[in-house]
Design a protein around this ligand. Structure first.
Ligand SMILES: *[C@@H]1O[C@H](CO)[C@@H](O)[C@H](O)[C@H]1NC(C)=O
Ligand SMILES: *[C@@H]1O[C@H](CO)[C@@H](O)[C@H](O)[C@H]1NC(C)=O
Ligand SMILES: *[C@@H]1O[C@H](CO)[C@@H](O)[C@H](O)[C@H]1NC(C)=O
Ligand SMILES: *[C@@H]1O[C@H](CO)[C@@H](O)[C@H](O)[C@H]1NC(C)=O
Ligand SMILES: *[C@@H]1O[C@H](CO)[C@@H](O)[C@H](O)[C@H]1NC(C)=O
Length: 470
């Protein structure tokens, strides 16, 4: 009899223990939280495991994370004057795993801590953050800033945020950690050969014709994707861009920088005032390099009215393959910018096409006079990079990089840049350069097709009209 009671006691004890384990296992799963949030209201023991020293957890602490994820591209970091943009895995430097790109106010930098979500759970201790301001700030109060974080051991990090001392973790927005494929550093096959990053569309820019011609030139040159950071634009350009987005050739990144700080329209604080250089151009260029690091073989950092043009190759990949063979260690290629003043027109008018009459903007095919740069003064370059070789970039040079830098001779490749004159030379002092015309047979019908699609082509006219003039 006693033996039987003893067994029954043991059995009940085992049953209870198993039950408790099942409950604990269920409580630990984020899935359970999502299904039964009420369970957490009464469970306070979890927050005791969070060291008070590093993270203050609010009273109604929820064990699943992230609590908030961004709906916007630019996120204020609460309890600071800074803005965060995005977070990327970056294990190229010893000791660091994650790079957060932000816009920091230079006069109020404070210590920050990195807090991680590891597969849906808070990691209970923070790690110290290293704050690196980019050296180019042109005197503005705000500067592009990298914050480097170390992922704690045993954490499959999915989200990260930064905390100033003594702030609640619940208040902060978490950034998803992108480029998170950890298997092998060398990606063998890229989705894109060449990506063009265009920083900062702003104001009511509505130069539709030049823009369409430029995008279609990119396409003929082998560009797979064009990324545009958009603060605002004119109505016709907006329609055009939506059409390119649907097709997948263009990625628009919303860039509402003016909702947060006062962007400058100029490049120098002492002359133009404002909070940050050119609507945050430096931040967008850096962001774009990381955004396409794992997806694109090369990234071109351009303005909207610039075409990086090979003069000895039919398109950009053959050019890059040649350059890379000659300079295997190069990761950065500098291309000379050449101005084609928009006041000088080609005299025959053969590309003054009737169907483009009502389309707002410059017709780049009408401008063939190229300024010779004044090599006694500073001559600006634009950049083609292998993104994996770049850590930080500026507009005309890279700030931190791994490979070598190569200056591409202008007879091999130069930038065709139709805009206001830089040097005010006489017409006969210009070089005649009709390189763009080599592409007219494909370019004109392609431009017409796009303009027709968005209803901007004069009705009745089409590309074949244009061809008869040539
Ligand atoms: C942080 O900011 C929030 C509002 O965003 C405020 O309620 C809170 O008191 C601030 N905390 C500290 C420590 O400044
Ligand atoms: C992290 O992910 C790997 C692979 O998905 C998995 O094997 C490992 O158990 C995970 N570790 C933790 C702590 O979640
Ligand atoms: C990488 O990030 C993407 C998007 O945030 C996510 O869907 C994916 O699960 C992540 N992969 C890993 C291995 O963390
Ligand atoms: C990339 O360029 C190569 C030529 O160098 C070409 O064969 C290949 O199809 C291109 N890939 C893409 C994705 O455009
Ligand atoms: C660009 O941004 C403005 C302002 O947010 C918006 O109205 C417009 O639709 C955007 N255009 C595109 C093509 O994303």
């Amino acid at each position: 009899m006693d033996r039987c009671k003893e067994l029954r006691g043991k059995f009940i004890f085992l049953l209870l223990t198993a039950f408790i384990f099942i409950i604990l296992a269920a409580v630990k799963s984020p899935q359970t939280y999502k299904s039964f949030p009420w369970m957490y209201k009464s469970i306070s023991w979890r927050s005791k495991s969070i060291p008070k020293k590093s993270i203050r957890v609010p009273h109604n602490y929820q064990p699943v994370c992230p609590l908030q994820t961004p709906a916007q591209t630019i996120i204020p970091l609460k309890n600071t004057t800074h803005l965060l943009v995005s977070a990327y895995m970056d294990q190229r430097l010893k000791d660091w795993d994650v790079r957060i790109i932000g816009i920091f106010r230079r006069d109020s930098i404070q210590p920050l801590h990195c807090v991680f979500c590891c597969n849906g759970w808070f990691y209970s201790t923070s790690t110290p953050a290293k704050i690196i301001q980019h050296t180019d700030n042109f005197g503005f109060p705000y500067v592009t800033t990298d914050v480097m974080c170390q992922i704690p051991q045993d954490c499959n990090a999915t989200y990260v945020t930064l905390l100033p001392d003594s702030v609640n973790v619940a208040d902060q927005t978490f950034l998803p950690i992108r480029n998170n494929k950890t298997s092998g550093t060398e990606v063998k096959k890229f989705q894109f050969n060449i990506t063009v990053c265009i920083s900062n569309l702003f104001g009511d820019y509505n130069n539709v014709l030049q823009f369409t011609q430029t995008l279609e030139m990119y396409r003929l040159l082998g560009v797979g994707r064009v990324v545009i950071y958009n603060t605002s634009c004119g109505p016709d350009l907006d329609r055009l861009l939506h059409s390119y987005m649907e097709e997948g050739f263009v990625e628009m990144v919303p860039w509402p920088i003016d909702h947060h700080i006062k962007p400058s329209r100029g490049w120098l604080f002492s002359e133009h005032g404002g909070d940050i250089h050119y609507f945050g151009q430096l931040t967008t260029l850096n962001e774009c390099i990381y955004r396409y690091m794992d997806r694109s073989h090369y990234v071109l950092l351009n303005d909207i009215d610039e075409i990086i043009m090979p003069y000895q190759h039919s398109s950009l990949m053959p050019l890059m393959n040649t350059l890379q063979q000659q300079h295997p260690k190069a990761g950065v290629f500098l291309i000379e910018n050449h101005i084609f003043p928009k006041i000088h027109f080609e005299p025959s008018g053969k590309f003054h096409l009737p169907q483009w009459k009502g389309v707002p903007g410059i017709n780049i095919l009408e401008h063939i006079y190229r300024e010779e740069p004044d090599r006694n003064i500073y001559h600006p370059y634009k950049i083609i990079v292998k993104p994996r070789a770049v850590e930080q970039t500026s507009v005309h040079t890279v700030l931190k990089h791994f490979g070598e830098v190569f200056r591409v001779p202008p007879d091999v490749c130069r930038i065709v840049h139709v805009r206001v004159a830089l040097r005010n030379l006489k017409l006969e002092q210009h070089n005649v350069d009709t390189r763009l015309w080599d592409f007219h047979q494909k370019l004109i019908p392609n431009v017409d097709k796009v303009l027709r699609r968005v209803g901007l082509l004069k009705s009745g006219a089409d590309g074949s009209d244009g061809q008869t003039h040539i």
